[in-house]
Design a protein around this ligand. Structure first.
Ligand code: DMJ
Length: 712
């Protein structure tokens, strides 16, 4: 007998949706009835229900996570959109060490790239606390309007963008500002009738900087406008011209009655160099004369700006005007580019200030002020010792990638320019920042009898790499600017003089030696107590500086030393087969016959068309009247023409001054060849002591003359 069949399995779920009845309305009954129903389900049904529940829970969980993520992302995106960040990131990566500085003072260092300023330069300045705030605001607004107006020029160049050391530099796409064209028509310049920094004299408007001595800047009060003008009053004369019409000195284009043959040769050299630059590198930083192209460093027309005052002095009216038009229409500083603080100060700021002083054209002063403002973020460090680099578009400043140090010569050789900018604009911020560095270095430990090490840390403010002393690269112009600031300020700042005098004694005591067989006095280097008979060509600024100091009343021994060192610098040219000096000379100290005093290592035998020797020759001739210095300069000019002149235009650095057959041109004409070398040669060949008188002007370290301040 077969067992009775098992009841058929119900492989489906039966869900009764009848409303649960609650006879007593109690929860317990409902629970019991649910449980009963659950128990009535088959195992398969229960498994399926449980499975569905688990799937539902998982699905719910995953959806939650996803939605939450979405919201977080939306949140942070919208927050980021409001964060301050640069429109264009800095070209160079942020400095490593500076960013790690534990002592960073809030708001000072390390500096983050800042918001890109569309309507003008990053203005981090604090105005001088004179005048009432309302008036100061008006004044600032006026100044901003001026700068912005001028910055509108040359927007085409900005839109084109620039290549900078291989990196693309993005032009700022800001709105084009209404143009405010400085008056410039014909020659000589029409008097600039600009509101700011102009002085209403006896019935005429006088541009500044036309003569010396100048009074200290003042603010003047005008009815209804408050404090609007920073006034200077010319009290002297320009180029021997007595004050011109209505008591205003006339800006006179300087064309000497006659140029002697040597000066004409310099003009010819300049025109040849300029022709190459104009044809192949116009508006770019440096000419590459062999490849007939150009190189960029800052992308700011470096050669053109460096050469402005040289053209003025050489009487090159047409060339000056063409360059001036480029400055007016094409030179814009609102660009994402890192500049070296020192190099751009001495060449660009110095060049513009000098062009302003010589020509009286306010355009140059406005450009200088704009540029000076853009350099100011470099001073925002914990120690107030400036960083080496600053982005003139974003305001981000930083030291070199590999260190948080700056170079001593660099941070101490921007003062002439910043002080003069303050004097002309009435804005003390520039001067205060630069002089803070001077004061700091004055009090610093680590010097040796006034000699300074080569590096200084931007965080701690201390010298680093102690024990190495040179008058060459990285320290040179520290000494030069001590003396020149003292002269610029009217010989009143004793601290500068004391530091300079102490340093000259330090040089005598530690760095001087004499070579064999000619017994040339040279300046060597000291490396942790060990003397090295090595002298950079850069050191050849020293005879000129010493002679200048002696002229301004410093000990006569300084002039003796200047003469001795001048002989040595000349021999650095004379003893080379091309008649051109190597970049670095090593002096022979041994008594052996038939050995030259000046020896050169393979790595040092290049010549970059540097100016230092002809610069010193200019001072020595001007201050002694000894014509041999002119003759030496003439020899040097001829060597430049023989070995560095490129037929299609321009001059080139060379790699080997000892091989006249193969001097190996390097395909680069440095901007200082036009800014300094040819200018000093021209002045050297002049017999007019009033041509940029050394009692009236002080030259910055890039040969840009700035006025000596009148005693107040
Ligand atoms: C110039 O830029 C300046 O003269 C600077 O002081 C040193 N280097 C060059 C010229 O050699």
């Amino acid at each position: 007998m077969r067992p009775p069949p098992a009841p058929a399995r119900r492989d489906f779920i039966s869900v009764t949706l009848s409303p649960g009845r609650s006879h007593d309305g109690g929860q317990g009954l409902r629970r019991r009835s649910c449980w009963r129903k659950w128990k009535q389900l088959s195992r398969l049904q229960r498994t399926v229900v449980l499975f569905l529940l688990v799937v539902l829970m998982l699905f719910g969980l995953l959806s939650y996570v996803h939605v939450a993520d979405e919201w977080t992302a939306v949140d942070s995106r919208s927050a980021a959109a409001w964060q301050m960040r640069p429109a264009n990131p800095p070209v160079l990566p942020a400095p490593q060490k500076a960013a790690e500085n534990p002592e960073a003072v809030a708001g000072l260092s390390p500096q983050k790239p800042q918001r890109h300023f569309r309507r003008g330069p990053p203005n981090l300045q604090i105005r001088a606390p004179d005048g009432d705030p309302q008036e100061r605001r008006q004044d600032q607004a006026q100044r901003r309007a001026e700068v912005v107006g001028e910055a509108g020029w040359g927007a085409e160049a900005q839109r084109d963008g620039l290549r900078w050391r291989g990196a693309g530099t993005k032009p700022e796409q800001g709105p084009r500002h209404p143009l405010k064209k400085a008056e410039f028509s014909g020659w000589p310049f029409r008097q600039q009738a600009l509101r700011i920094r102009a002085h209403r004299g006896k019935g005429c408007l006088c541009p500044l900087g036309l003569s010396w001595p100048l009074e200290a800047p003042r603010r003047t009060r005008e009815p209804g406008r408050g404090l609007v003008a920073t006034a200077l009053r010319d009290t002297g004369q320009l180029w021997g011209h007595k004050a011109g019409l209505s008591g205003c000195p006339r800006p006179a284009f300087l064309l000497p009655a006659s140029q002697n043959a040597r000066q004409k040769a310099v003009v010819d050299a300049f025109l040849h160099a300029w022709a190459g630059y104009r044809k192949f590198a116009w508006g770019h930083d440096e000419l590459k004369p062999l490849t007939r192209s150009f190189s960029e460093w800052f992308g700011l027309g470096l050669t053109l700006i460096d050469a402005l005052d040289t053209m003025w002095i050489l009487g090159l009216k047409k060339e000056f005007q063409e360059a001036r038009n480029w400055v007016s229409k094409r030179l814009l500083f609102q660009k994402d580019v890192d500049v070296n603080l020192f190099e751009s100060t001495i060449r660009i700021l110095g060049g513009l200030l000098s062009a302003f002083h010589l020509s009286g054209d306010v355009l140059f002063l406005k450009k200088a002020e704009d540029f000076g403002n853009r350099l100011m973020p470099a001073f925002r460090t914990p120690s107030k010792i400036p960083y080496s680099f600053v982005n003139i578009g974003t305001g981000a400043a930083h030291p070199p990638q590999w260190t948080s140090d700056s170079t001593v010569a660099e941070v101490t050789s921007i003062q002439l320019e910043f002080r003069e900018l303050s004097r002309l604009t009435g804005d003390k911020t520039f001067q205060e920042a630069a002089e803070e560095v001077t004061r700091h270095v004055h009090a610093l430990h680590g010097k040796l009898d006034g000699l300074v090490p080569m590096f200084i840390n931007t965080n701690s403010g201390s010298f680093t790499h102690l024990g190495v002393f040179t008058l060459g690269a990285r320290a040179d112009s520290y000494y030069e600017y001590l003396l020149k600031q003292w002269i610029q300020g009217g010989k009143k700042e004793r601290q500068l003089l004391e530091d300079y005098l102490e340093a000259v004694d330090g040089i005598r005591k530690h760095l001087l030696a004499r070579s064999e067989p000619r017994k040339l006095t040279f300046v060597g280097e000291l490396n942790h107590g060990r003397f090295s008979a090595k002298m950079d060509h850069l050191v050849c600024f020293l005879p000129g500086t010493l002679a200048l100091g002696a002229h301004h009343g410093l000990p006569a021994e300084h002039m003796e030393l200047a003469r001795a060192l001048m002989d040595t610098c000349y021999q650095m040219y004379r003893q080379m087969e091309t008649g051109l000096s190597p970049e670095i000379a090593h002096f022979n100290l041994h008594h052996t016959k038939a050995v030259k005093d000046v020896q050169v290592k393979a790595a040092d035998r290049h010549n970059l068309l540097r100016p230092e020797t002809v610069e010193s020759l200019f001072y020595l001739y001007r201050l002694t009247g000894d014509r041999k210095y002119q003759d030496w300069g003439w020899e040097i000019l001829q060597s430049f023409n023989t070995y560095t002149r490129v037929p299609s235009g321009g001059y080139s650095s060379i790699s080997n001054v000892q091989d006249p057959r193969h001097p190996q041109p390097r395909d680069k004409m440095e901007s200082f060849f036009l800014g300094e070398t040819l200018k000093y040669l021209y002045l050297l060949f002049s017999d007019d002591p009033d041509l940029l008188s050394l009692d009236t002007y002080v030259f910055n370290t890039e040969a840009h003359p700035l006025p000596i301040w009148a005693p107040s």
